[in-house]
Ligand binder design. Sequence first.
Ligand code: NDP
Length: 333
Amino acid sequence: TVKWGLIGASTIARQFMINAIRAQPNGEIAAVMSSSPERATAYARENGIALAVSTLDALLGSDIDAVYISTTNELHLEQALAAITAGKHVLCEKPLALTSADARTMVAAAKAAGIVLGTNHHLRNAGSHRAMRESIAAGRIGKPIAARAFHSVYLPENLQGWRITRPEAGGGVVLDITVHDADTLRFVLGDDPLDVSAFTQAAGMAGGGLEDGAMCIWRFKSGVIAQSHEGFTTKFAGTGFEVHGSEGSLIAKDVMTQKPIGAVLLRTAKGEEELSFDREDLYVRSLRQFHEAIGGEGQPSATGEDGVWSLTSAEAALQSARSGKSVAIDPNL
Ligand code: NDP
């Protein structure tokens, strides 16, 4: 059995991760920690978790093997380092930290301690994105030339909190969604970004100097150029992901989402083909890979290093938007 402690009485844990852990044949949630004792108790009761605690020491001192960190972003670093010191495996939400330097510190600490560290980039676990990655690797679109990620959504009212009001908590759409797009582009293309040029906006939802919309242009090592659009304020945009190559195009719709939905079309000289793909829950698959990694088999679907890459990319996008210049992406790994 892998006994999990939840760090953070969060929405994402309630909506997806508690189920994902319990869906594993050997997954158990032993404890939850909230900074508020009342919230911890209520959350434990609502979700059938035996132990509710309100300090990190109490959580790390309980009988657990791994922690899932889904607090606000400024807390991830300290909580992950404490868990690593206590010998617990860590699945951490994105962004791993507020800066790529801090994320690198987490990766180095986990490595030194022999701890499994994963970043919860769920989109790598989507059958749609895996089907696109496999098609590209198999040469089905020839040489990849350009990619486009459409990931501008409407932030649900129940989540219109720290993301749009608290810069010190790591709010803003770039740390929230651009990190996912940067990771998904790397994953699907099987390529690393070299630099980024970005514009951001405050289109009426975010305050405190935070951005609620971003458009980024990325250049990859292979020469592929990509664009990504992230937003909190577009109610009717829909999502998508496209890769265009010398011999074909992959056109995916409704795939930048937490659910195993959407469609992927391959268009070539032979005509159009809808790719069939696995519809497994993204988070269940992520957890399975994480459990396997704890058991010494393979790696989490997104590693700590992948989390450093995505945060370095997001950081570069923010720097570009501020400076008006394109910014190099060097994860320094
Ligand atoms: P929430 O706002 O739901 O939770 C974050 C923290 O806010 C909790 O840890 C909790 O603190 C506090 N909190 C929650 N509800 C209340 C309340 N009613 N009153 C006061 N405080 C409250 O965040 P999300 O679940 O949306 O995001 C958490 C993390 O997960 C972030 O890092 C985010 O980037 C990431 N995320 C990742 C997703 C993915 O698909 N990979 C999707 C969504 C989020 P405490 O624990 O102290 O009680």
